[in-house]
Design a binder for this molecule. Structure first.
Ligand SMILES: *[C@@H]1O[C@H](CO)[C@@H](O)[C@H](O)[C@H]1NC(C)=O
Ligand SMILES: *[C@@H]1O[C@H](CO)[C@@H](O)[C@H](O)[C@H]1NC(C)=O
Ligand SMILES: *[C@@H]1O[C@H](CO)[C@@H](O)[C@H](O)[C@H]1NC(C)=O
Ligand SMILES: *[C@@H]1O[C@H](CO)[C@@H](O)[C@H](O)[C@H]1NC(C)=O
Length: 120
């Protein structure tokens, strides 16, 4: 890794620690899924939810309207794997979706790897 990416990677680790560590009940474990606390107020997670809906919208020619991320968990995996429960409007009806986004912030890389309606 180049020096700059190493530096950004370290910043990223601090960032991961900050978003996850507020949840004292669930200590951060590599490989495991960690609940991200207070997602409604977490702008980074809300941005990831928006990204997921836009990417899905774009790749499927559907027209979902992002509303909010209600729940999110993160897993450290060469970056961060974030799984979210997202509410979006489809033809003005609110629906829940489950999405996985894989991100490597120091490379400015994000990929939607999974997006499906949650059946209720
Ligand atoms: C989110 O932020 C608002 C104001 O910024 C605050 O009133 C609210 O209590 C926060 N929600 C949580 C779950 O902390
Ligand atoms: C939307 O999808 C097209 C291909 O279907 C792609 O070329 C384009 O970059 C995408 N735009 C965004 C914002 O993801
Ligand atoms: C999704 O795509 C449709 C058109 O394909 C667009 O009208 C709609 O605004 C898009 N939704 C979002 C959240 O960008
Ligand atoms: C992004 O995720 C999709 C779906 O899993 C996969 O097909 C694609 O190869 C991924 N792109 C990158 C650059 O990893």
């Amino acid at each position: 890794m180049e020096l700059q990416s190493q530096f950004l990677c370290r910043l990223f680790c601090v960032f991961v620690f900050i978003i996850l560590s507020a949840n004292a009940a669930a200590p951060v474990t590599a490989g495991g899924w960690n609940e991200i606390p207070d997602v409604i107020n977490n702008t980074h997670v809300q941005d990831l939810g928006m990204f997921a809906v836009l990417a899905y919208n774009n790749s499927t020619a559907s027209s979902l309207f992002f509303y909010a991320v209600f729940q999110a968990q993160a897993q450290i995996a060469e970056g961060l794997n974030v799984r979210m429960v997202i509410q979006a409007l489809e033809s003005e009806l609110p629906k829940m979706y489950k999405a996985y986004v894989w991100e490597k912030p120091w490379e400015n890389f994000k990929n939607l790897t999974f997006f499906e309606p949650v059946l209720v």
